[in-house]
Ligand binder design. Sequence first.
Ligand code: NAD
Length: 492
Amino acid sequence: MDATAPVISQTTGSPRTTVTAIPGDGIGPEVMRAVQRVLAAAGARITWEEAEAGAAVFKRGIASGCPQDTLDSIAQTGIVLKGPLETPVGYGEKSANVTLRKFFELYGNIRPVRELPGIRTPFSGRGIDLVIVRENVEDLYTGIEHMQSAGAAQCLKLITEPGCERIIRLAFALTQAESRRKLACATKANIMKMTEGMMKRVFERVAPEYPGIEASHIIIDNCAHQLVIAPEQFDVIVTTNMNGDIISDLAAGLVGGLGVAPSSNIGDNAAMFEAVHGSAPQIAGRDLANPTALMLSAVMMLRHIGDFAAAEMVEQALLVTLEEGRNLTGDIAPKGTGVGTTAYTDQVIANLGRTSGHPSRQYQPLNLPVWPKGVWHHDSDSRIMMGLDVFIESDHAPERLAASLQAATEGTDFTLKMIENRGVQVWPAHTGEPFLVDLFRCRFLLGTPSEGAPDEIAHLMKRLTAEHHWMHVEKLQRFDGLDGFTRAQGEN
Ligand code: NAD
């Protein structure tokens, strides 16, 4: 088909799907308009319900950046195509993106990373074609932070067993749905044995249920290294939130950067599709933006709603356009040949119905388990209270602090086991010359470990409160015979 031929409109015969469209900020409305034109021309049976979020909403004083109408629309449709949303830079206001992910519990962030024809990078020709599946709601992103002293900040890294299991099962299901063979779980389990280790343990428990998939574990830093050294070795990677945030941007950089990187955010009741890039305010409103990333996100959306024919048609038209290299936007065109968003979109529309030299995969619907409602609870057969870690703000030297803490334990069943500073034991013994800050973790052990010990705890804490600034207390518990706490460097 040549560029002047009429647009083919293919109807799939399937019922229309209502999709919430959030054009967003900056270049968002331009790239959204481009995508809607392409999808209409491809005959995708979509009814758009336009909704607002982002800068204009913040300016109206809505602190979440998402008005109730938008949340209602998503709750109704369950499918969102979203442009970029500006995050206000300042204190207190949340990101509207994070609000949407958390509100609809969009726990799975899927980021395909595929070498695209005509987009030259130092990695071109390597055949990169992988998917990163990032846990999207837990980890350091729960946003639970506390100043422990005026100069020591803490962020809670919260990882749960069902949180791991959901994302791991999503990753296996995606590997199957895209007819891929290998799934690597990338963690920092060697250092964070409980949190990152949870992801690894759940992965190893679930993997035997998918015998057709080659499952392996890789330490995240080696994964980053391998992604640069030999990215073509990877098929699907599943990882925790913070790791995934970093390696998915790294991987996007291997194949042409944020302008061409799509993504989806999957939950039990809603799914949101968006480009990885931001609102690019410098080029907004000038018909300069590249809509490829949002178009590829829309392709993911079409597959998610089961419109495989329209997805294939749009993806192939995009690939033909990139392959031929005519009428590309300035960011990816050879120098001096760039055209605007509208002309590029016209070119993609003109190429609908053509097949590129890059065949698509065989996609099938994602087969995901439905998670039961209600509070998830892992019941242990036994739970023994071993002691307490009390985090104390102090400018005393460790020996002086220890003497005061030992005095506080007199007449209680607790003994002071050790004091550490930023993870390194500094009392009763220490090695080297640790740099000390005004936050000490003080470990008290019960003489008689038991199931409860509330009176003993109250007794000790009352004494500590009289003499010290303590910030928080962690119970040291043993679940089913296994310690539910780690030891400090140097602690035995
Ligand atoms: P950005 O992605 O907007 O821009 C980075 C660079 O890439 C700029 O040079 C920009 O011009 C270019 N660029 C980005 N998308 C492009 C496209 N489609 N076509 C051509 N060039 C493109 O990143 P930023 O400047 O860090 O962020 C700007 C705003 O976007 C911030 O308010 C940020 O919070 C927000 N943001 C939103 C999302 C989201 O909604 N998911 C993601 C990232 C950033």
